[in-house]
Design a protein around this ligand. Structure first.
Ligand SMILES: [Fe+2]
Ligand SMILES: [Fe+2]
Length: 295
């Protein structure tokens, strides 16, 4: 491990210990993620976990009844939702709805709010799911959930010190009028001593999330550097991240370019023609599919 990496990991540990009272994952999210990981889990298990949290149940039903799913008639119970949409879809909605609680904190600047980051995260998650299905990548639930979590490190920075994040945002972004492109990761290193990739990875480890999520959070800007077993997933999230930025949904200043390296495309077997063909449909799905913020 280089001294540089060690110093960044130390910064992440300091930040996590300072905000440990805030950066705890809702217990219910943890239980649902454990269910996702357990191949033997059943619809009954999921229904029991969800029904322990009435607020979460009602948020799930709101999403299930939204136009995105186009179900005939009102779905009035979690059981019914599982029958109509299947176990995996309801698990994803449940995790998304419980993760939404972490994306709070109002508007920081005109360029950034927790809500904008949540919109972006949803767009990336939906895009990951579409590509995973169409390209038959076989990445399962982890595709959608990785997209949802990839920038969670920015929320940790916001909770640790919002003024420092305002400083970072103010000096970050693609080419503007007379302002040269400035890479967020470089600015974060100067301001926080670590990047949102470092913070996101640290948070996933603290939460004892599946290793795939730590790999995606830690490598989504440079997915070829991810550990080999998670490289395909990291490449998928990188592609979805950049395409969501092209669609223009939510926060995107951590990307100075939306170009996608050829090696990243070929890792998931995606062509430029397919992107052009599918992007309008993905933009449609994203505009209809955004999950509501937590109440
Ligand atoms: Fe990012
Ligand atoms: Fe992103």
């Amino acid at each position: 491990m280089s001294i540089d990496t060690a110093a960044r990991e130390q910064k992440v540990r300091e930040a996590l210990s300072e905000i440990s009272h805030i950066a705890t994952l809702p217990e219910i999210t943890m239980q649902i993620i454990n269910l996702v990981e357990d191949a033997t889990s059943t619809a009954q298990d999921l229904q029991e976990v969800i029904s322990n949290d009435p607020a979460l149940s009602s948020r799930i039903l709101k999403v299930v009844n939204s136009s995105f799913y186009g179900l005939p008639g009102q779905v009035g119970s979690i059981n019914r939702a599982i029958v109509m949409l299947g176990l995996n879809a309801v698990k994803n909605i449940a995790i998304a709805a419980s993760l939404a609680k972490l994306f709070r904190g109002g508007d920081l600047t005109p360029q950034f709010s927790a809500k904008m980051l949540w919109s972006h995260s949803n767009a990336v998650a939906i895009t990951c799911k579409v590509f995973n299905d169409r390209l038959k990548l076989g990445l399962g639930d982890e595709a959608y959930l990785s997209g949802l979590m990839h920038d969670i490190g920015i929320m940790l920075e916001m909770q640790f010190d919002r003024n420092l994040l305002i400083d970072v945002i103010g000096r970050t972004g693609p080419d503007g009028e007379g302002v040269p492109a400035n890479d967020m990761l470089g600015v974060e290193l100067g301001v926080f001593g670590a990047t949102h990739e470092d913070f996101g990875k640290g948070l996933c480890i603290q939460w004892k999330f599946p290793a795939a999520f730590a790999a995606v959070c830690g490598h989504h800007h440079d997915p070829m550097s991810a550990p080999e077993e998670y490289r395909k997933l990291a490449c998928l999230v990188c592609v979805a991240d950049r395409l969501s930025a092209r669609i223009g949904e939510g926060y995107r200043l951590d990307l100075i370019s939306t170009e996608i390296p050829d090696e990243v495309l070929s890792e998931i077997g995606l062509t430029v023609d397919q992107i052009e063909e599918w992007l309008p449909e993905i933009a449609d799905a994203v505009s209809q599919g955004e999950l509501p913020m937590a109440a």
